[in-house]
Design a binder for this molecule. Structure first.
Ligand SMILES: NC(=O)c1ccc[n+]([C@@H]2O[C@H](COP(=O)([O-])OP(=O)(O)OC[C@H]3O[C@@H](n4cnc5c(N)ncnc54)[C@H](O)[C@@H]3O)[C@@H](O)[C@H]2O)c1
Ligand SMILES: N[C@H](CO)Cc1c[nH]c[nH+]1
Ligand SMILES: [Zn+2]
Length: 438
């Protein structure tokens, strides 16, 4: 079922050997650009028309009424409520630990630079709702924004045909977190609505946001790319990926279960095993086949596992396995080897690393205290997952006394002269009308 890539003779140009989805974000950018522009120009009617086109109907308004959110909280299954509250509590602990502290540094006597962290004012958080619905993504988006101290939080998620509003558990998660501004919009049109703002059907204003975050399909990713610069965005978090670096000691059934778990997100999801052991590779292949026959979303899982984005990569050594894992830069990387914590320390590129037999990716999806909105498609080489700092800006505060400025004034004058920007130097000498102290 999973194709085999045999790299035991050497890695060559390893990036070219890796399994990758044939997702063309650039083509999606071209496809959604007119829609994004239409939302910029016409606002609500353009969002509504796109919703009708892609989701099959028109919601009564963009904003979800507060009574609908309250009813979703009231109707929540008690076990799901308890699980969401536990997920919120753990995610809050993990993200509170990420808050950077303000630091005042004395650069010279009387001269300080303070690194201050300031939350952005207003954020738009996308919660997917196409093939599956994601109340857990409400938690993963909202908690870091709240911990950062963001005051304006707007959530948007595709309306479901059954109710005309976003999924009830998504709404309940918003309610449990105290989020009241929730919109019934998905896809590229929702991202554009957040970035440009709109006027809702009843005349109320949807204010544009400063930052847009959240995972989604290729159209969501494309719209985020287009809006970059008008708003900040988090990493591109597209179809889910799992890579597992495993040796002959790994449990084949655990490996198979984890590969299948992330394949159920999307036919475009990627499941990759990187192993030094042909025996393990064969055993995992058998266990995957067993599991696929029994799994609920068999068609989606089969499409994901047989697509060009999924494979078993056999390598000659653990060293080569680490090189392949780094080149692949998975959204999620599990380490199922001897000395897993030591191996994990050597990994440079992954959205998140799951170490050892009892840290499966699905733990991180819901309740580990980490974040599940993570960079995909190799973006973990240069970007990080969603975090409290995604919603914080660093601001430098400079404060020098008269004596501290006098002490460095000669250097400022010399550099301003070297750059042929004499007015810069004059802004300093103007403060010392009797001449600079020597
Ligand atoms: N990387 C992560 O952190 C992470 C986390 C959770 C989910 N995911 C991924 O998010 C994805 C969710 O995708 P999904 O499709 O289920 O839900 P989605 O909400 O991202 O997309 C559904 C929406 O797409 C819109 N749409 C469809 N065609 C469009 C078009 N041509 N132009 C503009 N908009 C269009 C529809 O209006 C619909 O509302 C999955 O691939 C899943 O793996 C990733
Ligand atoms: N694995 C997904 C991307 O990290 C997140 C998720 C939500 N629900 C289940 N899984
Ligand atoms: Zn998942």
């Amino acid at each position: 079922m999973l194709r085999r890539i045999d790299l035991r003779q050497g890695l060559g140009n390893v990036r070219n050997m890796l399994p990758r989805a044939a997702i063309d974000v650039a083509a999606a950018v071209a496809a959604v650009a007119p829609l994004v522009d239409d939302v910029r120009k016409r606002g609500c009617p353009a969002v509504m028309e796109a919703t009708e086109k892609f989701d099959g109907f028109r919601p009564a308004s963009l904003r979800v009424p507060k009574e609908v959110i309250a009813a979703a909280v009231d109707a929540l299954d008690p076990q799901v409520r308890a699980a969401l509250l536990e997920s919120i509590a753990r995610t809050r602990i993990g993200h509170t630990a990420q808050v950077p502290t303000e630091r005042v540094t004395q650069i010279a006597p009387g001269g300080t630079v303070t690194q201050r962290w300031v939350p952005v004012r207003r954020v738009g958080l996308y919660v997917p709702g196409g093939l599956a619905v994601y109340p857990s993504s409400v938690v993963m988006n909202v908690v870091p924004a709240q911990v950062a101290g963001v005051v304006g939080i707007a959530v948007t998620s595709p309306p479901q045909s059954s109710t005309g509003w976003p999924d009830a558990t998504v709404l309940a998660a918003c309610g449990l977190l105290g989020v009241t501004e929730v919109y019934a919009a998905g896809g590229a049109q929702a991202i554009a609505m957040l970035g440009y703002g709109a006027i809702d059907v009843d005349g109320t204003t949807i204010e544009p946001v400063d930052v847009v975050t959240g995972p989604g399909n290729v159209y969501v990713t494309a719209a985020k790319r287009l809006l970059r610069g008008i708003v900040a965005i988090d990493a591109e978090a597209g179809p889910t990926e799992i890579a597992i670096l495993a040796d002959e000691k790994a449990d084949a059934d655990h490996v198979a279960a984890d590969l299948v778990s992330q394949a159920e997100h999307d036919p475009m999801a990627a499941s990759v095993l990187i192993t030094t052991s042909v025996t393990l590779a064969n055993a995992v292949e058998d266990k995957v086949i067993d599991r696929v026959v029994r799994t609920r979303h068999r068609d989606r899982v089969t499409a994901a596992l047989t697509g060009p984005q999924s494979a078993i990569v056999v390598v000659a050594s653990l060293e080569d396995g680490i090189r392949v894992a780094d080149a692949y830069a998975a959204e999620h990387l599990e380490i199922q080897t001897a000395d897993a914590p030591v191996v994990a320390r050597r990994i440079r590129n992954a959205g998140a690393i799951f170490v050892g037999r009892f840290s499966p990716v699905s733990l991180g999806d819901y309740c580990a205290g980490s974040n599940h909105v993570l960079p995909t498609a190799g973006c973990a080489r240069f970007s990080s997952g969603l975090a409290t700092t995604t919603f914080l800006k660093q601001m430098q505060v400079i404060e020098y006394s008269r004596d501290a400025l006098a002490a460095v004034a000669g250097h400022v004058l010399a550099l301003s002269a070297a750059e042929n920007l004499p007015a810069h130097g004059e802004a300093v000498s103007a403060r010392f009308p009797d001449g600079l102290p020597t």
